[in-house]
Write a protein that binds this ligand. Sequence first.
Ligand SMILES: Nc1ncnc2c1ncn2[C@@H]1O[C@H](COP(=O)(O)OP(=O)(O)OP(=O)(O)O)[C@@H](O)[C@H]1O
Length: 310
Amino acid sequence: MTDGQRSPTDGQIVVSGLTKQYKNVRAVNDLSFTVEPGRVTGFLGPNGAGKTTTLRMLLNLVTPTAGVATIGGRRYADLTDPLRHVGAVLEASSAHKGRTGINHLRVICAAAGLPKQRADEALALVGLTPAAKRKFKGYSLGMKQRLGIAAAMLGDPRVLILDEPANGLDPEGIRWMRGFLKGLAQQGRTVLVSSHLLSEMQLLADDVVIIAAGQLVRQGPVDQVIGSMAQGARVRVRTPQAEALTAALKAESATVDVDEQGTLLVGAVDAPTVGRVALAAGVELHELTTERPDLERVFLELTAGKADIR
Ligand SMILES: Nc1ncnc2c1ncn2[C@@H]1O[C@H](COP(=O)(O)OP(=O)(O)OP(=O)(O)O)[C@@H](O)[C@H]1O
């Protein structure tokens, strides 16, 4: 941070009653949520849920039909020096093909009135210094993503907004991105990142905002959102005597579902109880595992039936 005078709400994002009506589609519908500084917030939703439209409204790239979005209490359009407040990575970075990475950043610095040395600093920040003088057309997808982030960091912004930054990255790239974004949040910055990679989000995000069909479904710390699900842990059971075990478990008030592989998913009782019931019924077990709810399961339950066909 270059400025020690900032108040804690400087980096807060507030979305209030945001709505976007395209001709036939209500892409975003009366959406309200807040995003706090010092945390990574995952912005999740099925395809077509309205994530990109929301982020674009935040950045004044799309005009809302109703509602307002503010960053540190001000609309993006009202920020005097937006690049110093907000960095955004909306799609895999594009740059002039024949331009080197460093020159790409210097051009942005010049246009935004930022000191030239910020280009070198931002490139170093994302680990691209060794490729500074290589031409953009020779960059891998992962390098392009890093360059996009470097561009977003030029103004040393308090708030970072990224749309699907892990798209197309290899596992090493995803791991780097995770560490980088967590580091930014630890410095007190606000990091809002949309993604459909739920297992990655569980590792990355402190908070989540889940939307579906343009509306808020759930918001809160990841652990709380997972813990709020009515259905807690389940027990996965594989057995060649599924019918006999199902009957015995139901007699103990357990719930039993069967997945496509024929594995029993048992609720309302714990694994030792399932083992005891199986032993008493003379049922052979091939697997007995406690399965705790994860973000993916919670997401699928919360957004079931609210798919993108609108
Ligand atoms: N410019 C536009 N004109 C008309 N409809 C649009 C426009 N942009 C988005 N939409 C529609 O608005 C809805 C929300 O789209 P949006 O891209 O915001 O969703 P998303 O959550 O980002 O989806 P994805 O995960 O697939 O990128 C979709 O039904 C989409 O087809």
